[in-house]
Design a protein around this ligand. Structure first.
Ligand code: NAD
Length: 319
């Protein structure tokens, strides 16, 4: 199997690449290195199964040229589309960011796949497509889908385009709606943010929002396990899966306390007064994971265990 991992130099991409290469599969990373440089893939550079292209995937001509290198093996190609803007507040300040990196990326990838004859794509979508429903458990095929960030809106638009392309030229489009994913190498997210703040000032941790936000968290090792499990099922057509633990989540207050305890030094935790951390933040979120359960997968860790493990991993890797 030839895995074209677009956005492969980010947090999920390197964890996925690790697992694929451990299975003896070829990984081709395509990334513009815009967010974190190429540092996270350094350790793969001498690996026989790994190669990479520095490319913005919205550059249609460039992407077509890369794809054509694999056109003789088109039936063995699986495209993993992981590229997106992962700075949600930045995309709210400037909607062009999500239009380009979260949506146009999808449109250009699909157009190039069509031209070269690639027929299988796995897409990293997000719980952000649902919007704010006050913590009601949401199913894949139930609405309303009312995103409250441009990031969520452009993920939803991407899903719609994948569905339409499955009607014409795609054989397989699996859409995975991830919740908050935690682990190393962390590139963003609440634990990463808290540890960065504590590194600047170890005596006080200022928290965005009142700490009552409650969401589900998935450890990245469980996410990769779910992706590999779903790939093995050999589905066809367009399908959407929520991936996550089945619990009702962990509060931001509990995460702040866990991070402070792992970081040490007994910092004072100061909370804001808003129920949301920022504009576009979904303060209570959980979803229904019965569909992925029905095909034989469940998370090995609940949200609390995922947070505890990731806090210790991220702290060790950053301090
Ligand atoms: N990590 C999470 O908690 C989470 C939750 C829900 C969904 N997701 C989705 O999963 C995917 C992977 O997330 P991640 O945490 O690894 O994000 P990340 O930001 O660590 O990695 C994304 C990678 O995509 C690259 N990229 C962005 N725009 C690009 C472009 N136009 N051309 C080429 N490369 C580009 C970036 O340089 C980066 O290396 C993303 O699509 C994200 O939206 C992640």
């Amino acid at each position: 199997m030839i895995n074209l991992v677009i956005g492969g130099a980010g947090f999920v991409g390197v964890n996925l690449s690790d697992m694929l290469m451990a299975n003896g599969e070829t990984v081709v990373c395509i990334d513009n290195f815009s967010r974190f440089g190429s540092g996270l893939i350094d350790r793969f550079l001498s690996h026989d199964y790994f190669s990479y292209y520095e490319l913005d995937c919205t550059d249609e001509q460039g992407l077509n040229t890369v794809f054509k290198n694999f056109s003789d093996h088109r039936d063995e190609v699986l495209v993993w589309h992981l590229a997106a803007n992962s700075d949600i507040p930045a995309g709210i300040d400037n909607l062009k960011i999500d239009v380009k990196d979260t949506f146009l990326s999808t449109a250009v990838i699909l157009n190039c796949m069509k031209q070269v004859g690639f027929k299988k794509i796995f897409f990293a979508s997000s719980s952000a497509v649902y919007g704010d429903h006050g913590g009601v458990a949401l199913r894949e095929n139930s609405g309303p889908l009312n995103p409250i960030s441009n990031y969520g809106a452009m993920k939803l638009a991407s899903e719609a385009m994948l569905s339409a392309c499955t009607e014409s030229f795609l054989e397989l489009a699996l859409v995975f709606r991830f919740p908050n994913v935690v682990g190393v190498p962390a590139t963003h997210g609440v634990i990463y943010d808290f540890i960065n703040r504590l590194r600047e000032n170890g005596s006080v941790l200022e928290v965005l929002g009142d700490g009552s936000q409650r969401k589900v968290y998935l450890h990245v090792s469980d996410l990769i396990d779910a992706l590999i499990h779903l790939r093995k099922l050999g589905r066809v057509g367009f399908e959407v899966f929520n991936i996550g633990p089945s619990d009702d989540g962990v509060t931001v207050q509990a995460i702040a306390e866990e991070v402070c305890s792992v970081f040490g030094g007994n910092p004072v935790i100061k909370y804001g007064s808003d129920r949301k951390g920022w504009v576009g933040d979904v303060p209570r979120f959980r979803y229904d994971v019965r569909k992925i359960g029905s095909v034989g997968w469940q998370s090995s860790r609940n949200s609390r265990e995922a947070i505890e493990l990731a806090a210790s991993e991220i702290c060790q890797s950053m301090v």
